[in-house]
Design a protein around this ligand. Structure first.
Ligand SMILES: Cc1ncc(COP(=O)(O)O)c(C=O)c1O
Length: 433
């Protein structure tokens, strides 16, 4: 099946009892056992089925199957938020003493997770100078447990050379984990290029309506955990927390995602509610159609900004002079992201006046909504970083990040035009004083 069809049908057949066509919301904490033996078989992971909604739930299971199929993976785990997905994805490969080597262009909270929060648990995030594969390779050592990148960085908009990053990670016997939130599997399927694990904030384009938080981890099934038994003992030695289970032996290609569920989801929670899974499924149904319009509208807005004398710079990877243009052709089939940044002439002050003058475009910190959104990263999403970290992440004091929605493009451009005019007028008045 193709993307559009998977997004609507995968993981669900009208269920046997009621023949409900829409995916039912199974709002239940627990599931009845037929007998003591049935309960025991479920707990031993010997029988298929549900036991408690912290571990799995039938509504979320449909979402998991749908996202897994869109990514071309062997399984997925849905969790409460994208951040929870990233947390589980990292601790599922690295223990105390391990490190994760990352590109520097990350969503601010993920940067904080790797640079401040995980180090308190003995897992160190190492940030490369750039997203270039040689910069990543320099930081890998015998304690590295994964290479990490956002396929399209938020907010830098950089497109990572996934094939090259995967080659390097695999040469050192570690998986490549990617956050594919901004690209979505509609624009880019990272497993086709060698990535091993994909993580999503479903809150963004996949959900698509800015109503519901959610996250997912998807397992490609391709990383050979058993081959690197010394580096990944958690997959290859009996797990005392699960009566001696050896994940790589027992689950083979689904070892990573089964371990994420049985170890982290089971003991740490961060569960997606069935109602939120249902809302996210509504969004996923239209993601392919929406992505087309996001991409098309963004191109027109970027072209408008490029031609405008009030604008200092536009960082849009769909322009041939962008250093990422060749990677946009290779990985995104020419479909540059609807998330991009620009700077208005007049620096920080003009940027703030522009931002405050927006009427249709919403001022907030979110991306991937049907609505057009704008954010000033230096004062919000990336404010915990030092100026140097901000620069490496692609954030300047005047940077405005746009997430172009699916409204009529002329309305979006008219709003930007009037806000630019206000910013310019106020700069002219200041200069005259
Ligand atoms: C690329 C990326 N990954 C992860 C997240 C975190 O997702 P959530 O807000 O669902 O926790 C975000 C949030 O903006 C993001 O932009």
């Amino acid at each position: 099946m193709r993307n559009e069809t998977i997004a609507i049908h995968a993981g669900y057949e009208p269920e046997a009892t009621t023949h409900a066509v829409a995916v039912p919301i199974y709002q239940t904490a627990a599931y009845a056992f037929d007998s003591a033996d049935h309960g025991a078989a479920l707990f031993n992971l010997e029988a298929e089925g549900f036991r408690y909604s912290r571990i799995a739930n039938p509504t979320s299971a449909v979402l998991e199957k749908r996202i897994a199929q869109l990514e071309g993976g062997v399984g997925a785990l849905a969790v409460a938020t994208g951040q929870a997905a990233l947390h589980f994805a990292f601790v599922n490969v690295a223990d105390h003493g391990g490190n994760i080597v990352s590109v520097p262009q990350l969503y601010g909270t993920t940067h904080t997770l790797l640079s401040h929060i995980l180090p308190r648990q003995g897992i160190i995030g190492r940030f490369a100078e750039s997203d270039r594969p040689d910069a990543i390779e320099k930081l890998i050592d015998e304690n590295t447990r994964a290479v990490f990148a956002e396929t399209i960085g938020n907010p830098a908009g950089n497109v990572c050379d996934i094939e090259a990053l995967a080659r390097i990670a695999h040469a050192h016997g570690v998986p490549l984990i990617v956050d594919n939130t901004v690209a979505t599997p509609i624009l880019l399927k990272p497993f086709d290029y060698g990535a091993d694990i994909a993580v999503h904030s479903l809150t963004k384009f996949l959900g698509g309506h800015g109503t519901t938080l959610g996250g997912a981890i998807v397992d490609s099934g391709n990383f050979p955990w058993a081959k690197y038994a010394d580096r990944f003992p958690a997959y290859n030695k009996p797990d005392a927390s699960y009566h001696g289970l050896v994940y790589a032996e027992r689950f083979g290609r689904t070892a990573y995602i089964e371990r994420a569920r049985s170890v982290y989801q089971r003991t740490m929670g961060s569960v997606l509610s069935p109602f939120n899974a249902f809302l996210l499924l509504q969004g996923v149904e239209t993601v392919a159609l929406r992505m087309e319009r996001h991409v098309e509208n963004a191109r027109k807005v970027a072209e408008f900004l490029r031609e405008d004398s009030r604008v200092a710079w536009v960082n849009y990877t769909g322009f041939p002079d962008s250093p990422y243009y060749p990677l946009v052709q290779k990985y995104l089939d020419g479909n540059a992201s609807s998330l991009f940044t620009f700077g208005i002439k007049g620096g920080m002050e003009a940027g703030k006046t522009f931002y405050d003058a927006l009427k249709l475009i919403t001022r907030l910190v979110n991306i991937g909504d049907a609505k057009s959104l704008a954010c000033h990263p230096a004062s919000t999403t990336h404010r915990q970083m030092s100026a140097e970290q901000q620069r490496l992440a692609g954030v300047l004091p005047e940077t405005i990040r746009l997430s172009i929605g699916i409204e009529h493009v002329s309305d979006i451009i008219e709003d930007i035009d009037q806000a630019l005019e206000k910013a310019c007028r106020s700069a002219r008045l200041e200069a005259a004083e």
